[in-house]
Write a protein that binds this ligand. Structure first.
Ligand code: UD1
Length: 416
């Protein structure tokens, strides 16, 4: 078990380069199964979730090579092998290989996915979409066995704009006959990145980024070179850490249109911004104050930024209310913040944070990836030493996190 140790830090200061988006890279890696050849994916973050996804692709017969921050994925010899629990149990995105496998081979068998414990996280919407396209499935012994030859486009309405279901149904339907429409679909930037990749490969997808995507099936897709978009959650995490420590940092490789809900909340709290091309400088020279936040699907405030903002709101003037609407179990980090003297009350999906608490260092444990990031932010502005157990969680989604923070003058290190 690795630990992160943080000593009372100075305000963050300097420049940080944001990596490629984990949540874009994972589905696009899976989408390489739809082509029959060598794809080159650039700006891939060096994180453990990507390494697991590469192992899954290898288990399906793909040849995967890493060159710098690029992945070369040759799917010419891929096969619809069974993906075992030892791989799917590690990341929820493992289930995203099922859409491409059904489209290309007419079948997919994967163990039900695992991932961060932030809710029950079913896959019923993915399966509902596959069934509409003409598939059958059985769940037996923890494995989902899906089959369906000659998929046919349909109108599919999602009860919730699930990111994963939208991606999986898009990938399952690109080679189907006729027209598929996904209504009430997700509109996250990572959906647009996947659609851009697939369209470069020869797919005919319209409407990505809105709540209705239309897909006209094509006969085949060809391999391409594609650059993954910057990680908006990594960027938001560094921005929040800068405000929490009263610092001034410049983020390089950011797309501000993906971050407007986060920047507008940080500016309500007290942050100021200077934008220049793909760089953003954020600083905080005012008294920080409370705000209320409700997580929502894009373009609402991202659930993946909820815990980091909560850590910041522990140290501002006034009382803030956070409402989590996307996942039912995303406040597990709060008892850990309370160990650090935070004053937070939780009632169901609502957390009331009384700011003005002077955080103090303590030994705490990360309960999931973003919870770990929240504890790092709390540790950076706490008095004394903070030790964060289960630091492996952070390696799932943050590339060189402690190194990037050290370069921004934080007193932080990792003990393997
Ligand atoms: C993706 C992101 C994750 C982010 C989440 C919401 C990846 C790899 N992960 O996860 O970081 O927190 O979007 O922005 O991209 N749901 C169902 N049935 C389904 C599918 C989802 O009920 O079949 C529910 C989930 O339990 C959850 C909600 O829908 O309550 C949102 O989940 P979804 O958008 O699917 O998230 P993921 O794609 O798993």
């Amino acid at each position: 078990m690795s630990k992160i140790v943080i000593n009372s830090s100075n305000p963050l200061n300097g420049k940080v380069e944001i990596s490629g988006a984990k949540n874009s890279a994972l589905p696009i890696i899976a989408a390489c199964l739809l082509t029959n050849g060598r794809n080159i994916l650039e700006n891939i973050p060096d994180i453990s979730d990507i390494r697991v996804m590469c192992e899954i692709m290898q288990s399906l017969g793909c040849d995967v090579k890493k060159e710098g921050d690029s992945l070369i994925i040759d799917s010419a010899n891929s096969k619809p092998n069974i993906v075992p629990y030892e791989l799917t149990g590690k990341i929820r995105a493992s289930f995203l290989v099922s859409g491409p496998l059904i489209a290309r081979f007419g079948k997919a068998k994967t163990a039900l996915p695992g991932g961060c414990s932030i809710g029950t996280r079913p896959v019923d919407l993915h399966l509902k979409g596959f069934v509409s396209l003409g598939c059958h499935y059985e769940i037996d012994d923890g494995y989902v066995d899906i089959s369906g030859n000659k998929l046919t486009g349909k109108v599919i309405y999602l009860d919730f704009p699930s990111v994963g279901a939208t991606q999986n149904i898009m990938m399952a339907s690109v080679l189907a006959s006729g027209k598929t429409v996904i209504e009430n679909c997700a509109s996250e930037p990572e959906i647009c990145d996947l659609a851009d990749f697939l369209n470069k490969c020869g797919a005919d997808i319209n409407g990505a980024g809105t709540d209705k995507i239309t897909i006209y099936g094509v006969d085949k897709l060809s391999p391409v070179r594609h650059r993954i978009i910057p990680d908006r959650i990594e960027a938001g995490t560094f921005m929040t850490a800068a405000v929490a420590t009263g610092g001034r940092i410049t983020l390089k490789n950011v797309n501000l249109t993906h971050l407007s809900s986060v920047t507008s909340k940080l500016s309500e709290i007290g942050a100021s911004f200077n934008e220049f091309s793909d760089e953003l400088t954020i600083y905080c020279d005012r008294t920080t104050k409370s705000t209320d936040i409700k997580t929502m699907p894009f373009p609402g405030f991202p659930t993946d930024m909820q815990s980091q903002i909560a850590a910041l709101l522990c140290n501002v003037k006034g009382t803030s209310v956070i409402t989590e609407t996307v996942f039912e179990n995303r406040f597990m980090y709060i008892p850990e913040l309370i160990r650090m003297n935070a004053d937070i009350k939780v009632d169901g999906r609502v957390a009331v944070i009384n700011g003005n608490s002077k955080l103090v260092g303590a030994e705490v444990s990360a309960t999931d990836l973003r919870a770990g990031a929240a504890l790092v932010i709390a540790g950076l502005c706490a008095k004394g030493r903070t030790i964060i157990n289960n630091a492996e969680y952070l390696k799932r989604g943050y590339c060189s996190f402690t190194k990037k923070l050290t370069d921004l003058c934080a007193d932080i290190y990792i003990e393997e």
